[in-house]
Ligand binder design. Structure first.
Ligand SMILES: [Cu+2]
Length: 218
């Protein structure tokens, strides 16, 4: 009788050796929230149109970035990112990588750009190169590296070089989420090109989502 029962279970696709689902308890948590800016950034430039008198252009607007301070074990490093020069803008305007990572800077425009930075964490001058070509840089110091174009003064971008993999670029609606964060007390840094940076302490609990709302001002 017992063997018949097992046979029926097997026929029904039920494993008789794992009838109780075993789920590991979560070992990480999340940080989510919303970032508002005062003054709010002007609407992002989306047009392909580009006038050749750079002086009349509005400087490229950049999204805010959220990242955790300090060395934190675990997580998946962001060792590579791409920031394209397209329609006379850095696309995306902000990338975040883990220290030691590389960023590629392809030129997609049918004219020359010259990417440079005087930032403390990285000085670079990629020189001029045509459409279809790319250059790559290693970022081996933690910090905010603002990049510009020597040809087009309205172009602006930022490479956020962090000590750990826990970072997020804030979406257009102000929301952000950082997942798989180890439990514990963390310092959350909010950065925006045109606002004062802000720090908040948050306690992350395994299996739970910590929420933070901030307003960046200047
Ligand atoms: Cu340019």
């Amino acid at each position: 009788m017992k063997s018949l029962f097992v046979a029926l279970l097997a026929a029904a696709g039920v494993s008789v050796f794992a009838t109780v689902d075993h789920v590991d308890p979560p070992v990480t948590g999340s940080i989510t929230g919303r970032v508002s800016m005062e003054p709010p950034p002007p609407p992002r430039r989306t047009s392909r149109a580009r006038s050749y008198n750079a002086g009349s252009e509005v400087i490229q607007q950049l999204p805010a970035v959220v990242y955790l301070r300090g060395g934190i074990a675990g997580g998946q490093s962001t060792s590579h990112a791409v920031m394209t020069q397209r329609d006379t803008a850095f696309t995306p305007g902000v990338v975040a990588i883990t220290v030691g990572g590389t960023v590629e800077f392809p030129n997609d425009d049918p004219f020359f750009h010259n990417v440079f930075s005087y930032s403390e964490a990285k000085r670079l001058d990629l020189g001029r190169y045509p459409q279809g070509e790319s250059k790559e840089e290693v970022f081996d110091e933690v910090g905010i590296v603002e990049v510009f174009c020597e040809v087009h003064e309205e172009m602006r971008g930022a490479v956020i070089v962090t000590e750990n993999p826990y970072h997020a670029v804030v979406a257009d609606d102000g929301s952000f989420t950082i997942t798989d964060v180890p439990p514990g007390e963390h310092t959350v840094v909010f950065w925006s090109a045109d606002h004062d940076p802000l720090e908040r302490t948050v306690t992350v609990t395994a299996g739970e989502t910590a929420e933070i709302e901030v307003e960046l001002t200047r």
